[in-house]
Design a protein around this ligand. Sequence first.
Ligand SMILES: C[S@@+](CC[C@H](N)C(=O)[O-])C[C@H]1O[C@@H](n2cnc3c(N)ncnc32)[C@H](O)[C@@H]1O
Length: 349
Amino acid sequence: MNPLEQFLADVIALEGPLRIDRYMGLCLGHPRHGYYVTRDPLGDKGDFITAPEVSQVFGELIGVWAVGVWAAMGQPEAVNLVELGPGRGTLMADVLRTLRKAAPAFAAAASLHLVEISPVLRAKQRAAVGEAANWHDRLEDVPEGPMILLANEFFDAIPIRQFERRDGVWRERVVGLADGRLSLGVGGIVPGTMGKDGDILEFAPAREEIARQIGARLGAHAGAALIIDYGHLHTAAGDTLQAMRDHGFVPVTETPGEADLTSHVDFEKLAHALTEGGAIAHHGMTQRDFLLAMGLEQRFVQLQGKADDATRATLSRQMARLADEAQMGNLFKLLCATSPGMSAPYPFG
Ligand SMILES: C[S@@+](CC[C@H](N)C(=O)[O-])C[C@H]1O[C@@H](n2cnc3c(N)ncnc32)[C@H](O)[C@@H]1O
């Protein structure tokens, strides 16, 4: 048993089985043993790779998108550039480089606000984007004002609850103990009549709360948010809780705190929460469609023009990884929300 598993077993022995959201929150964010608190999980030597780590082009195209949004906002002289869960800071570094080149006045107008719980990753972010950024534990702590907000693979890490229908009744899924080891099970009966036996429903009130806060900010001040993650554009039943370690899936109760624990994002519910908060949520799209519309192929051709054969092949592999249907292209979706009165920024709507 690792120290977190021991801690969780003690809590369960005292308090009874843990809801999935509590289990996820402790696995990822326990102040001493949590996954994100203790490590940088990204990269070949880590557990997974994200789009900004695949290629600089991802962040460059998002930078170009942000320039369009800033122009549509009327080129404000002060704007908060906010990122939720910035990882190694790679996306923001690529965005900032693009702004300095394409719109120096935007780069000068932007105050950088990074929302991050991991001390290890905060240090990497500082190295990537410089001392001038402001770090916060929560979105609530970011000052109000005109805002462009980015979140790549952030919402999948925010805890969910799961409910399972068996023998004609719904029960909440929990983590308990079986033979002294952590084990998935179900709790008491909860009301509900819909669905059929075997169905699993996921709810993410913590995600929706953050989306509502983003919506409220966009309702009060000009701006836009771009949310990127793996998930589905329309609500559907199914178990999407997953643990990933060393680039492969592992059981969700195995080695807690040493594997990334996430679930797919329900973009329909996020859009609803953004709207409830006061923003306009535009039609979502796949990462493939977004990147192609923003000029992915042209940028890669440009980079390949100056490259040797080996680098050209690497660049082709990177482009395929980001946009091919069988790789990240279709699994990842983008949702854009803006202040009311602002039309959908290209290529949304
Ligand atoms: C999967 S990583 C994605 C990193 C980065 N956006 C990228 O694309 O490479 C998730 C990020 O969210 C951060 N994170 C996870 N839960 C968080 C929370 N509750 N509040 C703030 N940051 C969180 C992690 O520390 C990490 O930086």
